[in-house]
Every structure is written in C-alpha cells, then in structure tokens.
Design a protein around this ligand. Structure first.
Ligand SMILES: [Zn+2]
Length: 334
C-alpha cells in the first residue's frame, strides 16, 4: 500500500514538475502529463529521437506517416487530424502536399500549438519550383487587360529540404530550441545531444563535399521522380531526371528518356538512380537507349517512405544518408 502511495506521489510530482517546467515561447503542454509531439515526415521524427535521447520515454512522439506512404500520396484520416489538433508541438514540411495540415491547424480554436514548419524556417533559402504563370482568359484580352490583373499563383516550393545535411543542422537546432523551452530543466542534456548529432551531420556533409570535389564525374542521372534539389544545390553537382520534382509522377516522355540516355553516354556513368519504393521502368528504358555498356540501377533513399517498423529497427536519417554516400561514392569512383 505504501509502495503504491509513493508511486502515486512520484507520478504526481513528475507530472507537476514537467507541466510547470514547460513554459515555451508560445505555450505550455496542452493536457496530460506527457509532452505531445507530432511529426509528419520521418526525418523530423528521427531528429526528435536524437535530441530527446533518454527522455524520449517521457514524451508522446508520433510519426504520422509511419505506414511508409510518402507525403504526396498520404490520405489523412480523422485520427491523423485529431492527433494534430491535440498535440503540443507539430513538425511538418509546410509545402503543397501538406495543405491538409494547414487546414487541420485552422480548425483548432485558440490555437496553442507550437508549429515547426521546415520551409518557413528556410525562408528565402527554400527552393522555388518553376510554374507557368496562369493568365486568365480575360487578361489576355487587350481591351480588358487594364481592368483585370494577371493572376499569379502562390509559389510552389521543393518539399524535401531534409535532403540537405546543411539544412538538417538548422532544423535540429530549431527543434532542440523548442524542446528546451518545454522542458528547460533538461535543457543542458538536449543541447549536448544536439551538439554531438550536429557534429555527425557536419562530418558527413564534409565527406560529401570532399567526394564531389575529388571526383570529376559529378552528374547523377535519375530514372525516377526527383526530390534531390536541396542536395544538388549543396554540392553544386549536375543532376538529370525526367521530372523536375517528386510529387505524383506522370509517365516519362520518350524524348526525355532518350535525352537522359545521352547524358549517361556523355558522362560515361555506370549508374542510373531510382528512389526507394520505386519501380525500374524508366531507368530500364534509359539504360536500353544508351550506347555505353555495363550500366546498372542503384537506389538512393530519399527518407520519405520509411515505416515505423524500420524506424524501430534502427533505420535513422543518418544511416540513410550514409547509405546514399556509399552508393554514390561507389558509382562515381567506378
Ligand atoms: Zn517526395
């Protein structure tokens, strides 16, 4: 009985301690005795794990897209929307594919959720996708042009900023900052985790930089959707793909396949890349149209189809990026 009472008191004190300690720049914990963090994509979830370390057990940490469906194809159900509405900290990418998150947030009365929006953090550094300006039929009429302004759509941004190891460090710093504000008593521990993790990210970033500096054949040819714009920009490498971005891929045009095959021949590269969870149809067609022999298909992991099961078994953002390094190094030095 005494044991039970002590446990109850300890639970009460822990809850009170945690709740009282949770002042943030915006708010305090919504309800219950656990900080409630919801992440849409895998890298955000993994970064939280790294920073929380041993205190992850004190937090309700949800990886929303844990079924392995990428954000472009994800269909949120009522449960997902409710998780967002009831969390304390929400992390999402903030692009076109996650408009539903903005809609869910708009439904929260007296919104007291701390939101970490990756594209918003990048600000002007977010990569804008080209999109033809849409002009209304009336605007094309010279008579009415003076009264009807041209319609300029909202800009579209590339939605995979985590594929930049440089930006990943910025995001982790922001995440740690927010977590420290919710749990200032353990701030030193979180900052220490952040520092050692950022050192690992920076070291791998340096390795990629050295690899691309040392190797003359910088062209990466993709036979798939293309989420690597931030990675490409970081290392100033040449990448060719049948699509400008990831999204929902259409069928590749034959002319594009022939043009990509010519790039394979020109750079004498032996590898055509596809993404995890993709099929090889386009890459096969590119290889069939090349004149150089001994090509093969390799998979680069864009970290957007990781399942919760894989995450539990130890797959991490860093292990994925290290795997990509090994694959690209093997291809470039062949
Ligand atoms: Zn994507």
């Amino acid at each position: 009985m005494f044991k039970k009472f002590v446990s109850a008191v300890l639970v009460f004190f822990f809850a009170a301690f945690f709740l009282c300690g949770c002042t943030t720049k915006r708010n305090t914990v919504n309800s219950g005795d656990k900080l409630n963090i919801v992440c849409t994509v895998f890298p955000e979830y993994d970064w939280c794990r790294e920073i929380l370390g041993k205190y992850k057990k004190n937090v309700s940490l949800t990886y929303l897209l844990g079924d392995g469906i990428d954000m472009h194809h994800y269909q949120p159900d009522a449960d997902a929307v409710n998780k967002i509405k009831n969390c304390d900290i929400l992390m999402y990418v903030g692009g076109e594919s996650e408009k539903w998150v903005d809609e869910a947030l708009a439904q929260v009365p007296n919104n007291n959720i701390t939101v970490i929006n990756l594209l918003a953090i990048l600000g002007d550094s977010a990569i804008e996708l080209e999109r033809e300006r849409v002009r209304s039929r009336k605007a094309l009429d010279p008579v009415e042009e003076t009264t009807e302004p041209t319609t300029i759509p909202e800009p579209l941004y590339e939605e995979h900023p985590w594929l930049s190891l440089k930006h990943a460090q910025t995001f982790c710093t922001e995440i740690a900052d927010v977590i420290c504000q919710y749990d200032p008593n353990n701030a030193d521990y979180y900052k220490s985790n952040l520092e050692s993790y950022i050192n690992k990210l920076a070291a791998l970033d340096k390795e990629f930089r050295l690899m691309f500096n040392d190797c003359k054949k910088h062209a990466l040819i993709f036979g798939d959707r293309y989420p690597f714009s931030y990675f490409e920009a970081d290392y100033n490498i040449l990448c060719y793909a049948p699509f400008k971005t990831c999204g929902t891929a259409a069928t590749a045009q034959y002319d594009d396949i022939v043009a990509l095959a010519k790039q394979v021949d020109y750079f004498k590269t032996h590898v055509v890349y596809i993404l995890e969870s993709s099929d090889t149809t386009i890459a096969d067609a590119i290889i069939e149209n090349t004149t150089v022999s001994n090509q093969r298909i390799e998979v680069l992991n864009s970290a957007q189809s990781v399942t919760s099961k894989q995450a539990e078994k130890g797959m991490s953002y860093l292990s994925i990026m290290l795997g990509n390094y090994d694959i690209i190094e093997g291809a470039l030095n062949q």
